[in-house]
Design a binder for this molecule. Structure first.
Ligand code: LRH
Ligand code: MN
Ligand code: MN
Length: 407
């Protein structure tokens, strides 16, 4: 890139002691998986809005996801949710994905929609229901093997609404038995990512309510089980970057579900309400990546699965997904501009204000010239949303009509 704005950016960063070439390489490697369900119709418990042009089946969801990849170059895989993405022949889905330049990403079992699961799936006191739920988990491991995915990403909606409704400890043991059976079916290169959420749909207790429970469960299962952090799944005010640092150090951070929240699990476009949090999360990951004294921590940080988990209720879905990718890149880029040597020095000198300033100063940098340069080198448009909107794709998919896939 030769424009004046980039030259100035490079000069400013050089003066700040930042290696811009290295930041560019890191940015080019950032891959964020998009969720199949983010392309379908969604809503709140008050209304699911039906939009024109929404994919009618899993194959069309992949076609929409391919647009996000085409204009960003940063979203080469798509997570699927079973049975939302149930197809007759999964090898066909895999081929379709590959023909679009995509991979099938994490396979998400769905243990929350069958009527039998109303009082719990793998924690249900009825053995037959537990068996059905475990069989679904095992089926998802088979599907993952067929589509070439290494990841089973599990979120458990199980919980209760009232004190006394069920035996919490019995449910914990049933959950552990079910996950053991699932874990034992994984191939060696596969991973089970365990998500947690402190409430919703259950309002009194949730069987996997927080990162500590997910971590403990992963530890009991073994090294192929790791924790998945969904940014919408914590009580207000939780220090998520602290959880990230802790799990990295324990070598159990498996992945993220990126989104934004204001009040609860709002599933909004990433970084729209929580940009500094996202930046601080990336700064913890970058700190782990450069920690040469702890190669296992570095290894954990290197293989984190970055995924988006959003529901686009009122906004057009494909541009919203592109917006999330762009926002994630922006806050990652800013974190890449932290001067780590200076930070370590300030920490060593116990200079609180200087240390805080070094971190915040990186956040305050304008990374537009850097992102433009990276996009030019990656052969994607400088303004991916504008390019997508001008491409005519939205007009083309109108033939799908309304009444597409929804959750
Ligand atoms: C639960 C959740 C989980 C589901 C997805 C649709 O709130 O975050 O990851 O699988 O939403
Ligand atoms: Mn999630
Ligand atoms: Mn969620």
């Amino acid at each position: 890139m030769s424009d004046a704005r980039y030259q100035m950016f490079e000069e400013i960063q050089r003066e700040r002691g930042i290696n811009v070439e290295e930041a560019k390489q890191m940015l080019k490697k950032l891959a964020v998986e998009t969720p199949s369900w983010g392309y379908g119709d969604s809503g709140t418990r008050f209304k699911v809005f039906q939009k024109e042009g929404v994919p009618r089946n899993p194959f069309e969801k992949f076609e929409d996801a391919a647009q996000v990849q085409k204009y960003t170059g940063a979203s080469p895989s798509v997570a699927i949710h079973i049975p939302w993405d149930k197809v007759e022949d999964y090898s066909q889905l895999r081929q379709h994905a590959e023909s679009l330049g995509l991979k099938v990403g994490a396979v998400n079992p769905n243990l929350f929609q069958e009527p039998e699961y109303m009082l719990g799936s793998i924690t249900n006191s009825n053995k037959k229901v537990r068996r059905k739920a475990i069989d679904h988990l095992l089926e998802c491991v088979d599907i993952a093997k067929e589509v070439g995915s290494e990841i089973i990403s599990l979120w458990l909606a199980d919980g209760t609404n009232y004190p006394g409704q069920a035996d919490i400890r019995k449910r914990k043991n049933w959950m552990e038995e079910a996950l053991r059976e699932t874990y034992d079916k994984l191939d060696d290169h596969m991973r089970l990512l365990i998500e947690y959420k402190f409430f919703e749909p259950a309002f009194y207790h949730t069987d996997l309510a927080d990162w500590g429970m997910a971590y403990n469960t992963a530890m009991k299962l073994g090294p192929k089980a790791e924790v998945l952090v969904d940014l919408g799944h914590h009580p207000q005010g939780t220090n998520v970057e602290h959880i990230v640092a802790y799990l990295l150090d324990e070598k159990r951070l498996g992945g993220f579900h990126f989104n934004a929240r204001k009040y609860a699990d709002d599933d909004l476009i990433a970084a729209t309400t929580n940009p500094y949090e996202l930046f601080l999360i990336f700064s913890q990951i970058l700190s782990a990546l450069r920690d040469e004294d702890h190669p296992e921590v570095q290894k954990t940080a290197r293989r984190i699965s970055y995924m988006i988990d959003q529901s686009h209720n009122i906004e057009p879905k494909i541009p919203a997904m592109i917006r999330s990718i762009l926002n994630i890149q922006t806050y990652y880029a800013k974190a890449l501009l932290i001067n780590w040597d200076e930070l370590v020095k300030a920490q060593g000198e116990q200079d609180v204000l200087r240390a805080e300033n070094i971190v915040r100063e990186a956040f305050e940098q304008d990374v537009t010239p850097l992102l433009n340069a990276v996009r030019e080198e990656m052969n994607v448009p400088q303004d991916p949303i504008k390019a997508f909107l001008e491409s005519g794709y939205l007009e083309k998919i109108r033939v799908r009509g309304i009444g597409g896939a929804s959750w």
